[in-house]
Design a protein around this ligand. Structure first.
Ligand SMILES: Cc1ncc(COP(=O)(O)O)c(C=O)c1O
Length: 504
């Protein structure tokens, strides 16, 4: 038997269409419905009434099901195998939360429904605001932002507006370490700040000394990720927040890596004024694929009045949407955030409880250090603080491998795909040449961690003995190695069906 593997030139539904085929048949209209349809038609302007069929594909049900199942097989998924993307974090999404989120009593709500009819959802959102505040050590939260990056933008707007109101309108510089995620400088720039880069020390952290060197009277604040993108705890954090505050600046915590700290340390206790939390990284909500996300923003009480609206508040007998936040940065997302994503975060937090969350971080940190301990460091070098334990993720450099064999971090990443696991994040953070950034998360069993380390070490050996096969990989995926320039350049990208080359 020949297995029919999905390929890149899978026919489109319109190409599968054959006249007269049906996936589903509606019962014939009875007279009552017919007359209602006629009434609607008569009430519409004649130029808006369709005269021809809309040209939809005509396909039987089994063919449609096969089409979508084949497409789903073209993609690697966290439900298929280990997906240790550092920083971007593909976390396992517990199915119980998915199931609860699919419940029609949650999923079928309409955002225009009157508040009195969505009290259950508002209660969940209110409680989530409180849980996030407790977990992060902040005073209050807005659940509105749709992603970490949007949370950062909101945070930067809060810094700008607050400082202006306090008489510091001249403060227009935002400090961002060179290890930061690209969204940090982008968000700061979008909010109108000049971005000032802080170089990491030889140890891979931000030092008090480095901050003092770039601090001026115009410094508005600093955006910092803890642990940072090298997986290292910023051990001078207390000194850094102190000097920023002494110069009337604000500290922004990029909470993308909070899954390393849950129940052990809180940004609120470290002196941060504003935080965002990537719920997809910390609280196992779905991530990626351009789908809905969430990046709740929390602040200390002196900044509450700047949070985006609406906040979910509690009056004597009910939950309400509060649009009366006096100095709000405004509406940044329709309605009150992506409630279905937030609901999953709520489920995750409740199902694990305080002790469970603590152990999530412990397991994530243990998994990352165990995996790192198994990797051949002569090939995959630790560039910063090699003797220091990592937090939930680590970064190694494939530079030694490249020097010895010509095989780059990108080649390693492609080769991993042929072993049935997903590649780590590559070429980030920018301060590590040939970077491979690995985050196994708390859910991978021991065997997978060991298998992943073996794959990396095997690829290192194959790079010497079978270099060509590494350069040809991946060969076991639906799509082989792409021409990365052509695949991402507007002039050569084929986004229009008419321009696709027909399959032979
Ligand atoms: C350190 C860090 N900051 C910010 C972000 C941006 O978050 P999001 O992808 O939710 O916009 C990411 C992305 O995962 C990240 O790794």
């Amino acid at each position: 038997m020949v297995f029919r593997q999905a390929t890149w030139d899978e026919p489109l539904l319109i190409e599968l269409s054959r006249k007269g085929r049906r996936g589903y048949s509606l019962p014939p209209m009875d007279n009552k419905i017919r007359s209602e349809v006629n009434n609607i038609e008569e009430s519409l302007p004649s130029e808006m009434i369709r005269r021809e069929s809309p040209g939809l594909p005509e396909i039987s049900e089994p063919e449609i099901v096969r089409h979508f199942v084949r497409l789903s097989q073209m993609n690697f998924a966290i439900d298929l195998g280990m997906y240790p993307l550092g920083s971007c974090t593909m976390k396992y999404n517990p199915k119980v939360s998915q199931r609860i989120a699919r419940n029609p009593r949650m999923a079928a709500l309409h955002p225009y429904q009157h508040e009195s009819t969505v009290q259950g959802t508002l209660e969940i959102l209110y409680e989530l605001e409180e849980m996030l505040a407790e977990i992060s050590g902040m005073d209050c939260f807005s659940l509105c932002p749709a992603a970490g990056a949007q949370g950062e933008y909101v945070g930067a707007l809060i810094v700008r507006n607050y400082l202006k109101d306090e008489g510091f309108a001249d403060k227009d510089e935002m400090l961002v370490p060179d290890s930061a995620h690209g969204t940090n400088p982008a968000s700061a720039a979008m909010a109108g700040f000049k971005v000032v880069k802080i170089p990491s020390s030889n140890e891979g952290i931000v030092t008090e000394e480095a901050v003092k060197k770039v601090l001026t009277k115009n410094t508005a604040g600093m955006m910092l990720t803890v642990p940072n993108t090298l997986g290292l705890f910023e051990k001078e954090i207390l000194q850094v927040t102190k000097i920023l505050h002494e110069s009337n600046g604000l500290m922004y915590y990029d909470g993308a890596n909070m899954n390393a700290l849950l129940g052990h340390a809180r940004p609120g206790d470290m002196g941060f004024d504003i935080v965002h939390i990537n719920v997809h990284k910390t609280f196992a909500t779905p991530h990626g694929g351009g789908g809905p996300g969430a990046g709740p923003v929390g602040v200390k009480s002196h900044l509450r009045d700047y949070l985006p609206v609406p906040l979910v508040s509690k009056s004597e007998n009910s939950y309400i949407l509060d649009y009366t936040v006096p100095r709000t940065v405004g509406h940044i997302k329709s309605f009150y955030g992506n409630s279905a994503v937030l609901l999953r975060a709520y489920c995750y937090i409740l199902s694990l409880g305080k002790e469970g969350l603590k152990s999530v971080s412990e397991q994530a940190v243990l998994a990352s250090n165990y995996l790192l301990s198994l990797i051949d460091k002569e090939t995959f070098e630790i560039t910063y603080s090699p003797k220091t334990l990592r937090k939930h993720e680590f970064v190694v450099s494939a530079s030694p491998l490249k020097k010895k064999t010509g095989i780059s971090a990108g080649d390693v990443a492609k080769a991993i795909l042929d072993f049935g696991m997903h590649s780590p994040t590559t070429y980030f953070p920018l301060i590590v040449p040939e970077a491979l950034m690995v985050e196994p998360t708390e859910t991978e069993p021991l065997e997978n961690l060991e298998a992943y380390a073996k794959i990396l070490n095997d690829i290192a050996s194959l790079s010497v003995t079978e270099k060509e096969s590494i350069l040809d990989s991946p060969v076991n995926t639906s799509i082989g190695r792409l021409d990365e320039y052509r695949a991402s350049h507007p002039a050569t990208m084929m986004l229009n069906w008419n321009k696709l080359p027909k399959s032979s």
